[in-house]
Design a protein around this ligand. Structure first.
Ligand SMILES: Cc1cc2nc3c(=O)[nH]c(=O)nc-3n(C[C@H](O)[C@H](O)[C@H](O)COP(=O)(O)OP(=O)(O)OC[C@H]3O[C@@H](n4cnc5c(N)ncnc54)[C@H](O)[C@@H]3O)c2cc1C
Length: 322
């Protein structure tokens, strides 16, 4: 049995002091942390419960930006009127994530920072080699069973897929992550696969909120998630779009999930879409570039075609061409 201490932090300062201690970890809704601690994939000495910190659970609109507090519950955010009006894909992605019970417990900060579902990472008692769990130990997934693993961003050190839904939408919306120390672009939050770090955050850094511009693209945002079954399942592939039709030509931002080691923007696709009117042919040409940098195994090779086809379908639907 692992001995585990628990501290309910009553202020940000108290939480930070505790998080600076070796072996400590923040606990928000606990739906990832408790799961992984039980599996032995995470071995914290001290759980620092930040769930009671005041003022971090609000959703507000300020200076043209939609701000969502890090401790706001997923269920509350998915039903929030400002979220539904200003960035509907945020609500869509949350509605398609996990289960009602988990969404009632889980927070926005915790959702963004959830850990990979790679079986080799989660099963610590069978697989000692995992660079995410123990940096430098190797990667048991290489040469293993990998239908759910990443085709984008995979390296020789790690090919685990980023599993979350919300962060894919936030990547497409150019979201900013606000911490108690600084602001970071969502797409810059996550470290390279196998680098030995999950994110660029310091051990005692606390996410306080995430924000997106309440612009035309966000108002016309969408999220398409394909998975092995219709509910309670992670994405096999997902596509988040922000489509701004107010200018001369459409400005379309694209991010994908279920196929990459972290939330993945597709600038090559966006560039093809910017080059002229969004005809069916241009959409097909754009989607065909999506997997240009893909690196696949025999098990996950199917994701290349699945990504291309799903992206094409999402674009056709968003542009009323389907
Ligand atoms: C069965 C199951 C199915 C699921 N299906 C989906 C799915 O389909 N799609 C999906 O997106 N997710 C899914 N999830 C994941 C779930 O959404 C996450 O577990 C949840 O969002 C995590 O939020 P939490 O508040 O419980 O985080 P916690 O477990 O409390 O924390 C998660 C991580 O974030 C850190 N952390 C939390 N808050 C902060 C903060 N403010 N600042 C700094 N660090 C922080 C913690 O230290 C920890 O490392 C599923 C989970 C389960 C168990």
């Amino acid at each position: 049995m692992n001995r585990l201490a628990y501290l309910r932090a009553s202020s940000l300062e108290e939480a930070k002091q505790a998080l600076a201690l070796p072996g400590s970890i923040a606990l928000a809704g606990g739906t990832t942390v408790v799961d992984l601690a039980k599996l032995g994939a995470m071995k914290p000495d001290l759980l620092v419960d930040i769930g009671g910190l005041a003022g971090l659970d609000a959703v507000r609109v300020d200076a043209g930006r939609l701000h969502i507090g890090a401790l706001a519950r997923m269920a509350d955010v998915s039903r929030n009127a400002d979220v539904l009006r200003l960035a509907p894909a945020i609500a869509e992605s949350i509605e398609r994530a996990a289960s009602g019970q988990i969404r009632n417990m889980a927070t926005i900060g915790g959702n963004i920072l959830q850990r990979t579902r790679c079986a080799y990472f989660r099963d610590a008692s069978t697989y000692a080699a995992c660079n995410r769990r123990t940096p430098g130990s190797g990667c048991a997934a290489i040469g293993g069973v990998t239908p759910n693993h990443a085709i984008l961003g995979a390296t020789d050190a790690c090919m685990a897929t980023y599993p979350g839904d919300l962060a894919i939408v936030l990547a497409a919306l150019d979201a900013t992550v606000h911490t108690d120390m600084r602001d970071v672009a969502l797409v810059d939050l996550f470290a390279e696969a196998g680098s030995g770090r999950e994110t660029v955050l310091a051990d005692d850094e606390i996410i306080t909120a995430v924000s997106v511009a309440a612009d035309a693209g966000a108002a016309r945002s969408s999220y398409l998630k394909l998975r092995d079954r219709q509910s309670y399942e992670f994405a096999a592939v997902s596509v988040a779009l922000a489509v701004d039709l107010t200018g001369n030509g459409p400005q379309i931002r694209v991010a994908v999930g279920g196929v990459a080691t972290k939330p993945w923007r597709l600038p090559s696709v966006e560039a093809v879409l910017r080059a002229g009117p969004p005809t069916r042919a241009r959409i097909a040409e754009a989607a065909a570039t999506a997997a240009g940098d893909a690196r696949s195994t025999p098990d996950n090779h199917f994701k290349i075609r699945l990504l291309t086809r799903t992206l094409e379908r999402a674009l056709l639907t968003a542009l009323d061409l389907s």
